[in-house]
Design a protein around this ligand. Structure first.
Ligand code: ATP
Ligand code: MG
Length: 422
């Protein structure tokens, strides 16, 4: 394929062998949050560019260099969504879902960021996210973290994930901290790499996030946000920690956890998976109490998280067995059988709803049909030929086990199948 006809770099196809893993993961996610009373919201993949600039922040990595932004035919500047919170909040305000109400919402779907593609980092990737509106207390922060923990439990990943939390305080206490931090890094300006030197001017908290090895010592010695927390944020955070302890959720307080987006206030958290290497954050979120008002809504407390499905799947695949291979392959020998085959298959599927049945299409010899049946990985071949048609029976042949083949009347076959494929 010439390059211009290939998939766009960093954007992946999910082939049929892989989709069962996705379906499984999506189902566990959906089922789990549904048990906590969360409802799904869907919003467009494209929004006005201004929405992301206003919410995520002009000086963040996403807005500065990762967005897919273009002019549409009306010369409007539009952007493929790089994350879900902005669109969710926009939709909530636009449809009056937020004012004076409690909403527990979830969404999933593709996000787009123009990053350097590598393992765990793609240009179209999938997030599952939740957003809660109208609840200011640490109890809902705790509920979110308990819910994520129960997700890991359901996925068998509990042992591998570690929770890190921090508090960024109110915008006012963060502004105080910011001043002190700028003064500290100014003193050591010669040690900063180019990127961090830029951040010092526009978004100094992000320097704490730097992965640059030579900066780690400087970052470790930097003043910490916790010294600047206002009393209300401090007690909110302590209360959250207390609730996590009571629930038996272990966590680490990471004073350098700042998150890449501007809208966070107070609680921020990440679930990280050390074995994933550099791209090891699987789930990240926090509180963003100012965002709704900033977008023109009434002041509304809010908290949420998003998790990256590719990174979760990378962990799951090793120990997940998801079976979508057909149970049975219907072989139709002769014209008469071929003519009745589709309807017979319908009858079987209606009678045994859990049965995964492939019907042979396109005629072909005995040998050809058996070869297809074998290739399908089905456990059984169900064979209908002239003799079977004349006696209202179907022949059952085991394809993977040493078992004698049997010819069964249709009702008996149905009964047997029901027992096998529950
Ligand atoms: P990172 O530090 O890895 O760049 P981030 O802070 O940009 O992550 P968020 O915006 O918080 O990430 O997104 C939440 C989650 O979405 C991440 O923890 C990660 O699992 C996933 N994610 C983010 N960007 C990508 C990407 N380009 N490809 C795949 N997954 C991603
Ligand atoms: Mg990023």
């Amino acid at each position: 394929l010439s390059k211009s006809l290939q998939a766009v770099r960093g954007m992946n196809d999910t082939l049929p062998q892989q989709t069962p893993f996705w379906q499984y993961l999506e189902q566990v996610l959906r089922d789990t949050v549904t048990r906590y009373g969360y409802q799904e919201i869907r919003f467009p993949l494209i929004e006005y560019t201004a929405l992301f600039k206003r919410t995520i922040g002009e000086t963040t990595d996403i807005v500065e260099k990762e967005m897919y932004t273009f002019l549409d035919r009306n010369e409007d500047s539009l952007t493929l969504r790089p994350e879900g919170t902005a669109g969710c909040v926009r939709a909530g305000i636009e449809h009056g879902l937020l004012y004076n109400q409690v909403q527990r919402l979830w969404y999933k779907g593709p996000m787009f960021r123009h990053e350097r593609p590598q393992k765990g980092r793609y240009r179209q990737f999938y997030q599952f996210g939740v957003e809660v509106f109208g609840l200011p207390g640490p109890d809902i922060d705790a509920e979110l973290l308990l819910m994520t923990a129960s997700l890991w439990q359901a996925l068998g990943l509990k042992q591998q994930l570690q929770l890190q939390i921090n508090s960024l305080g109110t915008p006012a206490s963060r502004a105080n901290y910011r001043k002190t931090l700028v003064a500290y890094f100014e003193q050591h300006k010669a040690l900063l790499d180019e990127e961090s030197a830029c951040r010092l001017a526009v978004n100094p908290l992000r320097i704490l996030d730097s992965k640059e090895p030579q900066l780690q010592q400087l970052i470790a010695n930097a003043p910490q946000m916790s010294e600047f927390l206002d009393p209300a944020s401090r007690s909110h955070f302590e209360d959250l920690c207390q609730q996590l302890q009571t629930a038996g959720i272990s966590y680490e307080i990471n004073p350098r956890l700042v998150r890449g987006l501007d809208y966070y206030t107070m609680t921020v958290f990440e679930w990280v998976m050390p074995i994933l290497g550099a791209q090891n954050t699987v789930c990240a979120g926090g509180r963003y109490d100012g965002l709704v008002e900033q977008l023109g809504g009434k002041p509304t407390p809010a908290v949420g998280f998003a998790l990256g499905l590719e990174r979760l799947l990378a962990l799951l695949k090793d120990h997940l067995r998801v079976d979508s291979t057909p149970h049975a392959y219907l072989i139709l020998l002769g014209q008469q059988a071929a003519a009745q085959g589709l309807l017979l298959a319908e009858q079987l599927r209606n009678a045994v709803p859990t049965l995964r049945l492939l019907t042979h299409c396109g005629e072909g010899s005995h040998k050809v049909q058996f070869r297809r049946a074998d290739k399908s990985e089905a456990r059984w071949a169900l064979i209908v030929g002239e003799e079977e048609l004349n006696s209202d029976t179907i022949t059952l042949k085991y394809l993977r086990e040493e078992q004698p083949q049997q010819r069964l009347p249709l009702p008996e076959l149905i009964k047997w199948l029901k027992g096998q494929v529950t």
